[in-house]
Write a new protein. Structure first.
Length: 300
């Protein structure tokens, strides 16, 4: 009988890609969404949640809302949103999973998660990683590096001006395509629950890149020059706050930027190749596949 996988964060970047990666597999997909109407709305973002999964309403902030979605589930894909309540969100999901007799949790953590990480997100994720390691179910933790898809936040500027501004100086980052994270997650979820039990996989792209190099690859894919303009923390903070990004997130991003500028993210691993039997997607492929998003129309 097919296993039932509950997908959290179902309308977001990684889980959308995971549901795509699980398309056609011998599993029953179930999606937890805060607002069932958002499942329909996310179709525009490519998720088509309601078409590929059985949709259950539930809020990771509200433990009492969760039990129905977990009933009859074998595997939990646990993704918590960025924010100070992430460990509480994970705890609520883990408890609901235990109560429902879920067999396995596959959790999205973050690169460098540790109690002494130089960023609050890494320290919060470390709390949930520790909880998962003691959850009594089968478990696997994925710790991906900086998402190439974060570059889509710069698409408007690139389309309008051919430039983008980050407070990353000449940082090198072993950035990864989210589609690869999703394929690794799918691999783990489709393998026997014992196969990856107790493993923590740090996932990266194939090489460590500066944003000048990223700009060069975007320029090649778009057929016109793209320039990276380094800015200071204060300038970036002002821009993000001006776009309505919450202060907690702005602080978190600044902590990451400082860590990356210090060389903290300048590494790659061969874990992904070991899991998938192929090299990770590179930035040229990302740029090619997402070129329409970086063009003036933005939707072409
Ligand atoms: N960006 C990076 O470079 C990077 C790198 C490594 C790891 N990560 C980790 O990746 C995770 C974020 O993944 P993502 O980018 O795919 O997320 P995302 O696109 O921001 O989506 C977040 C998802 O969480 C859902 N959500 C928010 N609050 C919720 C709640 N209270 N209860 C239930 N669902 C809730 C959202 O649903 P709604 O539709 O209801 O809002 C949405 O589906 C974070 O844990 C982050 O630390 C990020």
């Amino acid at each position: 009988m097919s296993r039932t996988v509950l997908i959290t964060g179902a309308t977001g970047t990684v889980s959308t890609a995971l549901m795509n990666a699980l398309r056609g597999a011998e599993v029953n997909l179930r999606a937890l969404v805060r607002d069932e109407s958002a499942a329909g709305g996310s179709r525009e973002r490519g998720a088509e949640v309601a078409e590929v999964a059985e949709v259950f309403a539930g809020d990771l902030d509200d433990a009492r809302s969760l039990p129905p979605a977990f009933e009859g589930v074998q595997d939990l894909w646990l993704l918590t949103p960025n924010g100070p309540r992430a460990p509480e969100n994970a705890m609520n999901a883990v408890w609901a999973a235990r109560q429902a007799g879920v067999e396995r949790v596959v959790r999205l953590s973050v690169v460098g998660a540790a109690h002494d990480a130089p960023n609050r997100s890494g320290r919060l994720h470390a709390l949930s990683d520790r909880e998962i390691e003691r959850c009594g179910m089968r478990w696997t933790i994925l710790r991906p590096h900086w998402f190439m898809q974060n570059l889509l936040n710069e698409a408007g500027d690139i389309a309008a001006t051919g430039t983008f501004s980050l407070n990353m100086a000449s940082a090198r980052i072993g950035m990864i395509d989210v589609r690869d994270i999703a394929e690794c997650a799918a691999r783990v979820l489709l393998d026997d629950p014992d196969r990856h039990h107790g493993e923590t996989y740090t996932l990266t792209g194939p090489r460590s890149l500066t944003f000048d190099e990223v700009a060069g690859e975007l320029g090649l894919a778009l057929g016109r020059p793209v320039t990276y303009l380094p800015v200071g923390d204060d300038a970036k903070r002002k821009t993000l706050l001006g776009h309505g990004v919450p202060e907690w997130i702005v602080d978190m991003l600044e902590e990451y930027a400082r860590a990356y500028v210090s060389g903290w993210g300048d590494f790659t691993t061969d874990t992904l190749a070991g899991l998938l039997g192929r090299p990770p997607r590179d930035i040229a492929g990302f740029a090619r596949d997402h070129a329409p998003a970086f063009t003036a129309a933005g939707d072409g």
